[in-house]
Structure formats: structure tokens, C-alpha cells
Design a protein around this ligand. Structure first.
Ligand SMILES: Nc1nc2c(ncn2[C@@H]2O[C@H](COP(=O)(O)OP(=O)(O)OP(=O)(O)O)[C@@H](O)[C@H]2O)c(=O)[nH]1
Ligand SMILES: C=C(OP(=O)(O)O)C(=O)O
Length: 209
């Protein structure tokens, strides 16, 4: 009997240059360590995505050479950003020409477990149409998925959960605590730490504790 093969997702992960990223998180660690923390969160996010059996390729959209070097080493493919075009343009660019279903994920998910992501991707595949996962608070978006040939049409930014719903995407309501825990503020970092962050983020937190 043939067993079901999960879809081969192309995952697109956008990362801002470290010097300008995660402004709301400033103060959570000393200023000199802030870029290390942002990079560590991106590394843990990408490592968890790469660990998903149903993900064929991770495309990182980023202009920062330090980020590109680290994430290429992990196994991601890095493509350049369009300066000043913003997050949604970066995601649309990263998704261009994908040869399978596409999933966009933010790079601030340091507690992400491959098992939660695998489960969310299976739910997205079952939905069979554009679908998104809201963040823990319910207002933002941590994941937007689209079947092959359907434009990603990302509406990330403030109030993106409502924007994705308005744009016709289906909301996926699984629990997936490690996926829904994005880190924008120091309080979010505490919450992610309580869930259990990945090794890179854990190491940065240890150095300042
Ligand atoms: N490539 C790229 N990535 C972006 C851009 N803007 C945001 N991102 C990434 O998108 C994800 C979600 O963005 P935010 O949570 O708003 O991150 P941020 O803009 O660094 O954070 P704040 O400065 O606190 O608003 C993060 O992984 C960011 O690095 C952009 O213009 N280009
Ligand atoms: C870009 C987003 O992230 P946040 O609102 O967490 O900055 C979003 O949720 O669409």
C-alpha cells in the first residue's frame, strides 16, 4: 500500500539587517548583544524549519552578510532583499518561481519545534487554499501558506491576522505553542524561554544571565 507523502514545501523566511531589526526587543539584553540575539533567533527558527521532513527548501530573504553566511551554513538558500521595499515585498520575492507549496514564516520563532510546524503544515495542506496561523495574541501572523500556483499575497505587518482573513485566507486554529510564540518584546522573550528556546538563543541568553 502507498503511504501518504507530505508535501514538499518551499519555506520563505525574511530577515532584516541585524542593525535595524527587532527594535521593540531593545533592552531585553545589553545593546552590544542585541544583534547576536536577533541572529540567534533566526538561526533557531531556520534550524527548526530545516528539520521538517515536509520542507524541501528554505529561502531566506536578507541583505545582511552576517545573517546570510550563518543561515547558508545551516542549509538555507539566501536571496537578496529589495532595499526599502519592506517585509511583504521581500516575502513575495522569496516565493517567486517556487516549484511547490509555499510557506512564509517570520524569523523570530526561537522556541519553534519541527513537530508543531509539521502539524501546522499538514493542516494547511488539508485546507487546500491560502491559510495562516495567527500569533499567540491573535493579532499578528507567524505563518502564511499557499498551495502550488496560488500567489502568496502576504499582508504581514500590524493587524496582519485580520488582514489575512480579509484577503480570503483561512485561519488555522491549532494550538502549536512553539510556532505561535513570536518574539517582539522582552516579555515575549521570557515567554519563549519558558517554552524552551533553541540552542543558539539559549546560548545568548546564558551569556547575559
Ligand atoms: N527581508 C526583510 N525582512 C523583514 C523586513 N521587515 C521585517 N522583516 C522580518 O520579518 C519578520 C517579522 O518582522 P517584525 O516582527 O516586525 O520584526 P522587526 O521589524 O525586526 O521588529 P521591530 O523593529 O520591533 O518592528 C522578522 O523576521 C524580520 O526580520 C524587510 O523589510 N525585509
Ligand atoms: C510582521 C508581523 O509581526 P509582528 O506584528 O509580530 O511584528 C505580523 O504579525 O504580521
Amino acid at each position: 500500500m502507498l503511504s501518504h507523502r507530505p508535501a514538499s514545501w518551499v519555506a520563505v523566511v525574511p530577515v532584516k539587517p541585524l542593525r535595524s531589526a527587532k527594535t521593540r526587543l531593545r533592552g531585553a539584553v545589553p545593546a552590544a548583544v542585541h544583534p547576536d540575539l536577533v541572529l540567534a533567533m533566526a538561526r533557531d527558527t531556520v534550524a527548526a524549519v530545516l528539520a521538517c521532513r515536509s520542507v524541501a527548501r528554505v529561502v531566506v530573504v536578507c541583505d545582511d552578510p552576517a545573517v546570510r553566511a550563518e543561515l547558508t551554513r545551516l542549509g538555507a538558500t539566501c536571496v537578496p532583499d529589495t532595499p526599502a521595499a519592506g517585509l511583504n515585498a521581500a516575502l513575495a520575492f522569496g516565493a517567486r518561481g517556487a516549484d511547490g507549496p509555499v510557506v512564509a514564516l517570520t524569523a523570530d520563532l526561537p522556541a519553534l519545534r519541527a513537530t508543531d510546524l509539521e502539524s501546522a503544515l499538514a493542516a494547511a495542506e488539508r485546507a487546500g487554499r491560502r491559510a495562516f496561523v495567527p500569533d499567540q495574541e491573535g493579532s499578528g501572523t507567524v505563518l502564511l501558506a499557499t498551495p502550488p500556483g496560488v500567489p502568496l499575497a502576504p499582508h504581514f505587518g500590524p493587524g496582519s491576522a485580520a488582514a489575512h482573513l480579509r484577503s480570503g485566507a483561512t485561519r488555522l486554529d491549532g494550538t502549536w505553542p512553539s510556532l505561535r510564540r513570536d518574539v517582539d518584546t522582552a516579555a515575549d522573550l521570557d515567554a519563549a524561554t519558558s517554552l524552551g528556546v533553541g540552542a543558539h538563543t539559549g546560548q545568548v541568553i546564558c551569556t547575559v544571565a
